[in-house]
Design a protein around this ligand. Structure first.
Ligand code: KG4
Ligand code: ZN
Length: 345
């Protein structure tokens, strides 16, 4: 199979990123030729969260330079890539538009095909960039905006097993971090703090645990943490550890339920992969717990390294490689989308 080289652009939240990735074989892994990322954390820090207008403006200011850096680091010119991929949604619409319009301009100027990438699909396929992971596999997509369990049958072919009925897991980490006076994004701070805490100190709820289906709920857990902080001078490390333990229990219980659905749908998949993706998959305690669940249930755990779990452009470029191989290109008129579910069923 001929190698496919794609320039990827990511601007859907608060990272401005560009990367060049090359795919050589059908199932991966791919080669990351460059992976440049500019985090806007400093711009948003005073506000304790991402401000969409500030994000869009920063993307405009940074993106051209980041793309140049990504090409230079890969030792390639625009003429050397086979296609240009950009996140076209879901995300903060101003930022998505900046990335997509830039990709369109580059595609037009260099006469290259355009690929409009779904950010969630990019997270979902990222494990195949790192390892040879065969379809079908079970995917837990856990980020600041999403918490879903999906069966992945192929590029663009997803089955929804469970989704959050309120907050995303990363959102819960961020809100609890805020209650504890920690900076945004809170996930990594909670993980560090939890290492020194007693996870049994606070008895927190495990929403939807044991219920039929594989849906998630995190808002009650966040409210319970808030209640504790209002009622007493809480011990931060113990509260962080107790919160993280509750999240782990919920993720494990819901994943076990989805594993049963996956095995029912794909009875012939031998030792199928269980892939974790999205920023929360960077959490070591969550990875360890779900790794143990995989060992018990006959799944093989696959988690990209932390810098490919959080938002990056290498995963967008890789989704572009996978789509390009299937001839899935998009017209220059393709629109940016604030909402873009992977599947509606
Ligand atoms: O995938 P991502 O970079 O952006 C979205 O598409 O949302 O995920 C960001 C989310 C944030 O909520 C952040 O707090 C969380 O991932 N996160 C973590 C960790 N690292 C990032 N949550 C728990 N533990 C971590 N180590
Ligand atoms: Zn993301």
């Amino acid at each position: 199979m001929r190698a496919t080289t794609v320039l990827g652009i990511e601007t859907s939240c608060d990272e401005t990123a560009a990367a060049v990735v090359r795919g050589r074989s059908a199932a991966g892994p791919g080669d990351i030729l460059s992976n440049v990322i500019f985090s806007q954390l400093e711009e948003h820090r005073p506000y304790g969260g991402v401000v969409p207008e500030i994000a869009a403006r920063a993307h405009v200011e940074m993106l051209d330079g980041i793309v140049e850096q990504a090409l230079a680091a890969a030792g390639l010119g625009l003429g050397d890539v086979d296609a240009i991929a950009a996140t076209a949604g879901p995300g903060l619409i101003g930022g998505v538009m900046v990335g997509l319009v830039t990709a369109k301009a580059l595609a037009l100027a260099a006469d290259k095909p355009l690929i409009a990438v779904n950010h969630l699909e990019a997270h979902g396929l990222s494990a195949r960039l790192c390892e040879n992971v065969a379809f079908p596999y079970l995917l837990l997509l856990v980020s600041g905006g999403h918490c879903q369990l999906l069966g992945v049958e192929g590029v663009g072919r997803f089955r929804l097993y469970g989704t959050t009925i309120d907050d995303a897991a990363g959102e819960a980490f961020d809100k609890v971090a805020k209650l504890l006076g920690l900076e945004y994004p809170g996930g990594p701070h909670i993980e560090t703090l939890a290492r020194d805490g007693n996870p049994k100190r606070y008895d927190l709820p495990r929403p939807l645990r044991g219920r039929p289906g594989a849906d998630f709920s995190f808002s009650g857990l966040k409210t319970a943490v808030r209640q504790i902080t209002l009622e007493e001078k809480a011990h931060p490390a113990d509260l962080a550890a107790s919160f993280q333990a509750a999240v782990i229990d919920v993720l494990g219980d819901r994943t076990r339920a989805a594993m049963a659905m996956f095995v029912r749908d794909f009875p012939d998949a031998a030792a199928p992969s269980f892939v974790m993706a999205g920023g929360v998959a960077a959490n070591g305690a969550i990875r360890d717990a779900l790794g143990a669940l995989c060992a018990a249930e006959g799944f093989t755990l696959q988690v990209p390294p932390p810098k490919l779990c959080t938002d990056n452009a290498a995963m967008v470029a890789w989704a572009g490689v996978e789509r390009a191989r299937l001839g899935l290109f998009d017209p220059l008129e393709v629109a940016a989308r604030a909402r873009w579910p992977l599947c509606t069923a």
